[in-house]
Design a protein around this ligand. Structure first.
Ligand code: SDX
Length: 387
């Protein structure tokens, strides 16, 4: 029987199998609309372009969690709560320091977030109010944990948060040990805003599967981190930049891409399960490349290679196969400009996406239903046990 990628029609049982749940709806949500045909993205009804131009990550996190933009006083309180939650228990700093040498940063992030629950007296309190407080705790602390990983990975000491700084600025400060420029803060904050939410992507779905059993938010977010780590999902941003370094110069791009495609290799940062046109987030990040490309010869070279690959891939696979740049393709040069080490890209993705994860969890728990799909059994039955 011919199995196609999306469904397998089994006439005698009329079973429709959506492999990878492609095209399957499992719930309703008011958080995010991804229009894959027209390349549009909305957070709570606001287009990503509007938010990227006028808002910031803290305000967008409030919007995602609460369903509305905050009044001035609400945003001030939200920002103050994020600041209150930045400091890490010293035991967590020790765990990060002790495992950093031998662990991938996403393993460290997953381990540290999981351990955080031991220092949260509300870890297993499942009221809406407690879960909102824990969401703010996680949004704040995941940034501190990721900065600490970056410090220990480069054998530098942990830097305590600076509460005179906003969320994005404080992350860069804790990572580098000096206060970032306004331009760096603006660009990093934009990257966090763009990665904050994307409907039922694999890691958000994973968070909801865990939450749907009425487990706790720390367990659910730990599931999300583990899922985001995969190269088909969050880690693509690191691999896209590794590819740019491997290509070395724009002159090598054509040969590299032709060789890769003829070898049936996937080009990281391209293609998407939902977008069959340009990912609107990639458009915004691409514009950011224009702001940074003259910052250093290294960044300029990465940008030039990126533009070369973009043109080639759109010609070869864009219009014909619906394989276009996604959010991960242009991120590498931006994070390089910001001094974020490549192995920290996916943890930074998690630092942002935790807002979306928590928002979906709080929404789903309002009308919870255990997530338990079917698998279609194709094995044997009634075998006799050998005497
Ligand atoms: C993210 O879901 C989300 O919202 C995710 C995300 C978010 O914000 O949460 O947007 C973030 O994960 C973005 C995607 C990051 N991943 C990558 O960039 C990895 C490279 N991209 C692919 O592996 C792929 O495009 C996926 C996994 C993203 C989507 O793949 P699908 O929908 O499962 O499609 P598929 O694997 O069935 O591919 C269909 C065809 C295949 O060719 P054939 O076997 O039919 O000949 O398209 C080809 C694929 O080989 N193809 C690619 C390609 N992506 C798909 N060929 C070359 N390069 C690619 N990047």
């Amino acid at each position: 029987m011919e199995i196609n990628k999306v469904t397998k029609e089994q006439s005698d049982f009329s079973v429709k199998i959506n492999y990878g749940l492609e095209g399957a709806y499992f719930t309703e949500s008011k958080i995010c609309k991804v229009d894959g045909v027209n390349g549009k993205l909305y957070y709570r009804g606001y287009s990503i372009e509007e938010l990227a131009s006028h808002s910031n990550f803290e305000e967008v996190s409030f919007l995602l969690l609460n369903g509305k933009l905050p009044r001035k006083d609400e945003l001030e309180e939200f920002s103050a709560n994020l600041k209150k939650e930045r400091e890490l228990p010293k035991e967590i700093v020790h765990i990060i320091k002790n495992i950093t040498k031998k662990e991938d940063p996403m393993h460290i992030l997953r381990t540290a977030v999981s351990a955080l629950s031991a220092y949260d007296p509300e870890a297993d309190v499942n009221t809406k109010e407690a879960n909102m407080r824990k969401s703010i705790r996680l949004i704040s602390k995941m940034a501190s944990i990721t900065a600490a990983i970056g410090r220990f990975k480069t054998e530098k000491e942990y830097i305590a948060p600076d509460n005179s700084l906003g969320h994005s600025a404080n992350f860069l400060y804790m990572l580098h040990g000096n206060k970032p420029s306004e331009k760096e803060i603006k660009i990093f904050d934009r990257m966090l805003l763009l990665h904050a939410e994307h409907s039922s992507n694999a890691s958000t779905f994973s968070v909801l599967v865990t939450g749907s059993t009425l487990s706790d938010i720390y367990s659910a977010i730990t599931s999300g981190i583990g899922t985001l780590k995969g190269p088909l999902h969050g880690e693509a941003d690191e691999n896209a930049l590794r590819m740019l370094y491997e290509i070395k110069s724009p002159d090598n791009a054509e040969r590299y891409i032709n060789d890769a495609l003829s070898g049936k290799q996937r080009i990281m940062g391209f293609g998407h399960r939902v977008y069959k046109t340009y990912d609107p987030r990639a458009r915004v990040i691409r514009e950011t490349l224009e702001e940074i490309k003259s910052s250093s010869p290294e960044v300029k070279n990465l940008v030039d290679i990126s533009f070369k690959i973009e043109t080639m891939m759109i010609e070869k696979l864009g219009r014909s196969h619906g394989i276009w740049p996604n959010v991960d393709f242009f991120s590498g040069p931006v994070y390089t400009y910001l001094g974020v080490p490549i192995e920290l890209f996916t943890p930074v993705f998690a630092v942002s996406r935790v807002s979306g994860w928590c928002s979906h969890l709080l929404e789903y728990w309002e009308n919870n239903r255990l997530i338990r799909p079917l698998d279609y059994y194709t094995g044997e039955l009634d075998l006799k046990y050998p005497k």
